[in-house]
Ligand binder design. Structure first.
Ligand SMILES: *[C@@H]1O[C@H](CO)[C@@H](O)[C@H](O)[C@H]1NC(C)=O
Ligand SMILES: *[C@@H]1O[C@H](CO)[C@@H](O)[C@H](O)[C@H]1NC(C)=O
Ligand SMILES: *[C@@H]1O[C@H](CO)[C@@H](O)[C@H](O)[C@H]1NC(C)=O
Ligand SMILES: *[C@@H]1O[C@H](CO)[C@@H](O)[C@H](O)[C@H]1NC(C)=O
Ligand SMILES: *[C@@H]1O[C@H](CO)[C@@H](O)[C@H](O)[C@H]1NC(C)=O
Ligand SMILES: *[C@@H]1O[C@H](CO)[C@@H](O)[C@H](O)[C@H]1NC(C)=O
Ligand SMILES: *[C@@H]1O[C@H](CO)[C@@H](O)[C@H](O)[C@H]1NC(C)=O
Ligand SMILES: *[C@@H]1O[C@H](CO)[C@@H](O)[C@H](O)[C@H]1NC(C)=O
Ligand SMILES: *[C@@H]1O[C@H](CO)[C@@H](O)[C@H](O)[C@H]1NC(C)=O
Ligand SMILES: *[C@@H]1O[C@H](CO)[C@@H](O)[C@H](O)[C@H]1NC(C)=O
Ligand SMILES: *[C@@H]1O[C@H](CO)[C@@H](O)[C@H](O)[C@H]1NC(C)=O
Ligand SMILES: *[C@@H]1O[C@H](CO)[C@@H](O)[C@H](O)[C@H]1NC(C)=O
Length: 266
């Protein structure tokens, strides 16, 4: 009796998965364990999150994603394993794009199928970045697994044939409509990252020991999630570093020399 029920549920799951357009290239993992933490962020996996440095295992709101990319495997490109965790009564999604305002975004959606008693549901979509329209995408995705607990959604999946490693990671949410998904509401744009480099969004400069009077203007407030600011941040901290190494009056001298040269140039 119990076994029959399990088979029925399994059959229903397969039916649901294959009954939706754009799902023929998806394969679900038989391992239902979903274990998402920030262990290894910046070292073994590239992580992005909002707000700030939020903890995906904590119980405050946290939209978190990580990726581990293989070295290229000819002729398939790169195999990338993703983790995604967020809070939504609708869906959460991870997007990969080269430019969030033009072209398309590859979107991976994790959600609860509320009409199927809270079962986990996954869909690959393409977003037209110009008008936000979502269309189902045929994108080979494997090892898909996820759990929904109240408004906390967690999922993991693998894209075995990724053609590039330079993408901006977008994180966001959306609502479920009767016949599909509302448009993607982006809450984080990582800026372009090298997905094969776990430290790609970690500032490389050592925290400087700065003269306190200099600190307020030169020190950048670095949060890992806000990677759009990475360029400016790194420039700032590098500057703080070099200034920290010399005497303040030398800095003033340096600055006046710089000012002078600028004036001479003008
Ligand atoms: C699966 O994806 C491949 C590559 O993107 C595509 O060529 C193929 O048509 C897809 N399969 C189906 C059944 O749509
Ligand atoms: C689960 O999948 C793995 C490969 O993905 C396979 O080796 C294993 O036999 C499967 N286990 C069950 C119980 O289906
Ligand atoms: C979850 O993953 C972490 C490392 O990412 C590992 O230390 C821990 O043992 C894992 N827990 C389970 C239950 O698999
Ligand atoms: C979750 O947060 C609430 C309120 O901040 C706190 O009372 C509770 O202990 C937390 N639970 C866990 C498991 O951290
Ligand atoms: C994205 O595309 C727009 C329109 O072509 C362009 O203005 C913008 O500079 C691009 N952004 C990046 C980061 O390349
Ligand atoms: C949710 O589950 C219902 C019932 O199993 C199914 O008809 C429907 O297509 C599913 N919706 C989605 C978005 O998968
Ligand atoms: C959902 O679960 C409730 C209670 O467990 C049950 O009464 C209901 O029939 C289920 N609905 C579906 C669509 O399975
Ligand atoms: C995206 O939307 C714009 C504006 O509606 C349209 O011109 C363009 O053809 C669309 N792009 C794709 C790839 O569908
Ligand atoms: C990579 O794949 C995406 C989605 O399939 C496609 O839009 C893009 O043009 C491809 N890029 C390259 C460089 O082939
Ligand atoms: C990044 O920080 C800047 C300045 O602090 C802020 O304006 C911007 O909204 C932040 N972006 C994200 C995605 O948090
Ligand atoms: C990305 O990072 C990897 C590992 O750090 C490096 O080998 C590769 O050259 C980088 N690719 C680009 C395009 O910067
Ligand atoms: C950095 O910014 C965060 C959030 O904007 C703030 O909570 C924190 O106090 C700031 N830290 C410093 C050193 O300014």
């Amino acid at each position: 009796m119990e076994r029959g029920l399990i088979l029925l549920v399994a059959a229903l799951g397969v039916y649901v998965a294959s009954g939706v357009q754009g799902t023929s290239n998806l394969s679900f993992s038989n391992n239902t364990q979903v274990n998402i933490s920030h262990n290894g962020c910046g070292v073994t996996k590239l992580c992005v999150r909002t707000p700030g440095n939020c903890d995906p295992t904590g119980n405050t709101s946290c939209l978190f994603a990580s990726v581990i990319s293989s070295t290229p495997i000819a002729p398939n490109g790169y195999e990338m394993s993703f983790q995604l965790r967020g809070d939504s009564m609708g869906y959460i999604a991870l997007g990969l794009t080269v430019n969030a305002s033009v072209g398309t975004t590859m979107l991976f959606i994790c959600t609860e199928n509320s009409t199927n008693n809270g079962s986990f549901f996954f869909q690959a979509m393409d977003q037209n970045n110009t008008n936000g329209v979502l269309t189902p995408a045929e994108r080979i995705t494997t090892e898909i697994r996820g759990i929904v607990n109240g408004n906390v959604i967690k999922c993991e999946f693998t894209v075995p044939k990724m053609n590039s490693t330079t993408f901006s990671i977008l994180l966001g949410t959306g609502t479920l409509l009767g016949n599909g998904f509302s448009s993607f509401n982006m809450s984080l744009n990582s800026g372009l990252l090298n997905l094969t480099n776990p430290a790609s969004n970690v500032p490389t400069t050592v925290p400087p020991v700065v003269n306190p009077t200099m600190a307020s203007t030169t020190m950048a407030n670095t949060t890992m999630a806000n990677t759009t600011m990475a360029n400016t941040t790194m420039a700032n901290t590098t500057m703080a570093n070099s200034i920290g190494a010399v005497q303040p009056h030398a800095v003033l001298l340096l600055l006046s020399v710089l000012t002078l040269s600028v004036m001479l140039r003008a």
